[in-house]
Design a protein around this ligand. Structure first.
Ligand code: HAM
Length: 431
């Protein structure tokens, strides 16, 4: 036998059946992903968001310019390679790609406001741990064209509603990162403060003083946190303050709870003003941020478009699926009927019956195996079928059969010719 080939570190298989994934305690199946994804598909269009799909591969330059060269994502975590002279990367996130598409297709000329949502795999070469993978799935939204705080509030309300619909226990954290007016003097003041305390910082933060001093504020190292606690606070300029105050009063009017969090700084460089994160309060360990986003008013211009403001968020589907799996929720299509034919003539009849049920929109499963009725019923049970029907010679000859309801054991006498209406009636009586 040849040697088995294992999956790449930091990637995972999501299967329909339960598989124990190392480092993940609950058993996450595709049905948990579907629950998270379907809730988004149902909800986001109610807010005017339409799905957009962009490629996994983009020019490396897009992320260097879009996300920022000194961020961990671009500096250390991208999968980049040479494609016959072009530097390309597998997308580590989707905001830069959507802005690229927005600019490339001149969308601002076609509509004043644009709302897009997306779902797909992203790639970051991070240290793997529970809830943090090298290939992971994001569901996100981006809105282009509106500079005022109403769209910020609408997005935060959407995220709040989605997470509540999924039963995720979370807190919405909110901050303002200022803009090109008030952030540069703050950055300089923060750098001066950090330089004076350089000996108390971790090796990573020592470097960050010059490259990305704001990131020191959310370093997890206890010594850095102590330094951060005494750091100068950002003083917003008047327009930024008006935006942030406006956002908070709209959220309060919409009855969306939030906590102000001056330590929320985000890991990408494109943010201005509003930054928000939904942090799970149970069910995840260190990687508890289930969604994060904010405003990026300069990004469209940075990537070659006009002065179009934008805001969005992305959520980690694996993290949400971990929580819903622990809660025992899932979205699964189960067979309404499992048909177990005992012989060849019965098998042919079973195939016809299943075809008829499926054409009417009912999930039906036929057994391809010849085994005794007891084993067949066990299989029906394992599939989660609602009813089972054993088809033998007698049933075929008399056209009568017994539908067994697997949960209760109740039996319903039906004719094979009238199987579909009989099933429909039973489902109507107790869905
Ligand atoms: P981000 O904070 O880098 O933001 O990622 C958003 C979410 O993706 C995180 O809160 C987390 O749930 C999930 N995530 C990130 N990295 C991993 C990983 N290695 N494994 C599992 N899940 C992960 C962005 O990506 C921005 N593009 C969000 C945004 C949209 N801002 C504006 N618009």
């Amino acid at each position: 036998m040849s040697q088995k080939i294992r999956g790449v570190k930091g990637t995972r298989d999501v299967l329909p059946t339960e598989t124990y994934v190392k480092d993940d305690d609950p058993w996450v199946r595709i049905a948990h992903y579907h629950l998270v994804e379907q809730a988004a598909r149902d909800l986001f269009p109610l807010y005017g968001y339409r799905e957009a799909r962009t490629p996994v591969l983009e020019r490396t330059e897009l992320f260097v310019r879009g996300i920022g060269e000194v961020t961990d994502i671009v500096g250390k975590e991208m999968y980049t390679f040479d494609d016959h002279g072009d530097r390309v990367s597998m997308r580590p996130e989707n905001t830069a790609s959507l802005v690229r598409a927005y600019v490339e297709h001149n969308v601002s000329q076609l509509e004043p406001d644009t709302k897009w949502w997306y779902l797909g795999p992203m790639f970051r070469r991070e240290r793997q741990q529970r809830g943090r993978y090298r290939q992971f799935t994001q569901i996100g939204i981006e809105a282009f064209g509106s500079a005022g705080p109403r769209v910020d509030a609408e997005q935060i309300e959407l995220l709040d509603r989605w997470l509540r619909a999924l039963g995720i226990p979370f807190e919405m954290h909110l901050n303002s990162l200022g803009d090109a007016n008030c952030r540069p003097p703050y950055r300089a003041a923060l750098q001066a403060y950090l330089r004076a305390r350089v000996d108390d910082l971790c090796e990573e933060c020592k470097k960050r003083i010059e490259t990305n001093p704001i990131r020191v504020l959310d370093c997890k190292n206890p010594k850095c946190q102590e330094v951060a606690a005494g750091a100068p606070k950002l003083v917003l300029c008047d327009p930024c303050k008006a935006h942030f105050d406006g956002l908070q009063s709209i959220l309060t009017a919409l009855k969306v709870s939030f906590v102000l969090d001056a330590k929320l700084v985000r890991g990408l460089d494109y943010y201005t003003r509003t930054a928000y994160e939904a942090i799970a309060t149970e069910g995840l360990g260190a990687q508890s941020t289930v969604a994060g986003g904010g405003r990026y008013d300069g990004l469209v211009r940075e990537l070659g478009g006009g002065d179009v403001p934008g805001i969005g968020f992305a959520a980690g589907v694996e993290r949400l699926a971990l929580i819903v799996a622990q809660q025992g929720k899932e979205r699964a299509v189960r067979p309404v009927l499992f048909i177990a034919p005992l012989g060849d003539a019965e098998a042919a009849r079973a195939d016809q019956l299943a075809q008829q049920l499926r054409a009417a929109g009912l999930a039906a499963e036929v057994s391809f195996r010849k085994s005794n009725p007891g084993n067949q019923l066990k299989r029906a049970d394992a599939l989660g079928a609602r009813f089972a029907l054993v088809l033998g010679d007698l049933e075929l000859q008399t056209d009568r059969a017994r539908l067994k309801e697997l949960k209760t054991g109740a039996q319903h006498e039906v004719s094979l010719a009238g199987l579909l209406p009989a099933l429909q009636k039973l489902l109507e009586e107790s869905p």
